[in-house]
Design a protein around this ligand. Structure first.
Ligand code: ZN
Length: 467
């Protein structure tokens, strides 16, 4: 049995959230009515000229620096030619042999140590328009009755990040992408939402035998629009290639589409992606020559990177929780919430994460009080209270008093019933068995369907039992 080593490189498209598009002044927005954010420039009317968006250049520099890249003193825009309805000019303005940023490395912390993923380049380009294929299977062009084009997206700024083939597993690809996403979000240059297409990922995938030097034929996997699909798609492709090699065949270089509904990969029509783009320098744009001041200003805006924060938090809560908190964007809240570190981290990563509350809205001190009280609360009450923390006016004490039955008039009859029905436990409690009290509190909680305030029940029971 041969041992196979995956060789994976990622190409990640980050859509910048600049106010306007890359080469015209159309509004750069998502979700507006189709073909309402267009102008003669992004629709490629004859005689129009592009003007580069300064903010997009600044943000691309910022991302390049965060990825450890060198910033080119003089970068060029090129025309990349292909013929497709999503491209009114017949070419896309992109960067070719002199990209804005190149030669970086991205540190991916793991439980076993740091992994370094080389960054080949990060370049600026304009996005194509969005095509919608109607009537085909899974919205694909194959078998579609007709296609529609929305030019609102055409000409919006993208940074394409190309990694070295340094990624060694589907899970590593997913974690790299998640941490890169976090980086981009914190730099405040993109929403980077995969479901909206503002973060997109393609993967170049090949296999080789463990110990083999050099690379074998790779395939390109496109259109994986969630973190899970990235890992699943690469897994499916690695299995397909392994079966081919073990069956004595050869992998053919091709572009593949991952279909999450079947968990399989299938070739894209080769017509959709031509190889010969006939790049040549864009004659309508001057070279990008960022002044030193612009690069230094961008560098000054980069804070502590997510990978470094994972390492810092790891010491407090272990690697998995630290990575989860940072990747999920809940680490800043974590650092503000007082209380037992692991308990806070666990709540934030489990119950709290499931509620999709904006961490920025949460009063950390009040959340800390709630987490501290959680042992004394029924599970359902704690879950409901957590949900209420999304309101900035949430106050743990008053909330718990309001929702819980603390009123003796209401509690006493229940307590008396429980005491009467559990003579043996009451006797052993009076004989000094402290632990039995928890059982009795539990009985009261059950009778009140979790609505009693356990802290009050606890105290009142002690009183009644003369302890
Ligand atoms: Zn426009």
């Amino acid at each position: 049995m041969l041992e196979w080593e995956p060789v994976i490189g990622l190409e990640i498209h980050v859509q910048l959230k600049t106010r306007t598009k890359m080469f015209c002044r159309c509004e750069n927005v998502w979700g507006e009515e189709e073909n309402t954010r267009t102008c003669p420039i992004c629709l490629a009317h004859p005689g129009t000229l592009p003007v580069a968006n300064r903010t997009a250049i600044e943000w691309a520099i910022k991302l390049g620096l965060a990825l450890g890249c060198e910033i080119a003193p003089r970068a060029l825009f090129h025309r990349k030619h292909y013929f497709y309805p999503d491209l009114p000019k017949g070419y896309q303005i992109s960067q070719y042999d002199v990209p804005l940023a190149s030669g970086g490395r991205f540190v991916l912390p793991t439980a076993e140590g740091d992994r370094e993923i080389g960054i080949v380049r990060a370049h600026l380009e304009e996005d194509a328009a969005k095509t919608i294929h109607v009537g085909g299977s899974a919205g694909r062009i194959a078998g579609a009755e007709y296609s529609l084009v929305d030019f609102n997206r055409g000409g919006t700024p993208l940074v394409e990040v190309v990694s070295e083939p340094d990624v060694r597993s589907p899970d590593e690809a997913r974690r790299f992408l998640q941490l890169l996403r976090r980086t981009v979000v914190e730099l405040e240059i993109s929403d980077a939402e995969m479901e909206k297409g503002s973060l997109r990922c393609d993967a170049n995938v090949s296999l080789r035998e463990v110990g083999e030097s050099g690379f074998r034929t790779k395939t390109e996997l496109k259109n994986m629009n969630s973190f899970k699909f990235v890992a699943d798609g690469i897994t499916a492709e690695l299995e397909r290639q392994r079966d081919i090699y073990e069956g004595g065949g050869e992998v053919v270089q091709e572009t593949l589409h991952y279909d999450p509904s079947t968990g399989s990969v299938a070739p894209l029509r080769s017509k959709e992606y031509a190889d010969d783009y006939r790049y040549f320098p864009e004659p309508d744009l001057v070279p990008v020559e960022p002044p030193a001041g612009m690069v230094e200003a961008a560098r000054a805006e980069i804070g502590e990177l997510p990978g470094a924060r994972i390492r810092r938090l790891e010491a407090e809560v272990g690697f998995d929780l630290a990575e989860g908190l940072v990747s999920g964007g809940r680490d800043r809240l974590f650092e503000e919430v007082p209380g037992d570190r692991r308990a806070v981290a666990n709540v934030l990563m489990n119950q709290f994460a499931a509620l999709s509350i904006d961490p920025a809205q949460v009063n950390a001190a009040e959340l800390g009080k709630l987490i501290e009280a959680r042992e004394t609360l029924p599970r359902s009450t704690f879950a409901e209270a957590l949900m209420a923390t999304g309101d900035p006016d949430f106050r743990a004490d008053s909330y718990l008093v309001e929702v819980a039955i603390s009123d003796f008039d209401e509690l006493d009859p229940v307590l008396d019933r429980v005491i009467a029905a559990n003579e043996a436990q009451v006797t052993s409690f009076k004989a000094g068995k402290e632990g039995v009290l928890g059982y009795l509190v539990g009985q009261v909680m059950r009778e009140t369907q979790g609505k009693a305030n356990p802290k009050v029940v606890n105290e009142r029971l002690r009183e009644k039992l003369g302890a």
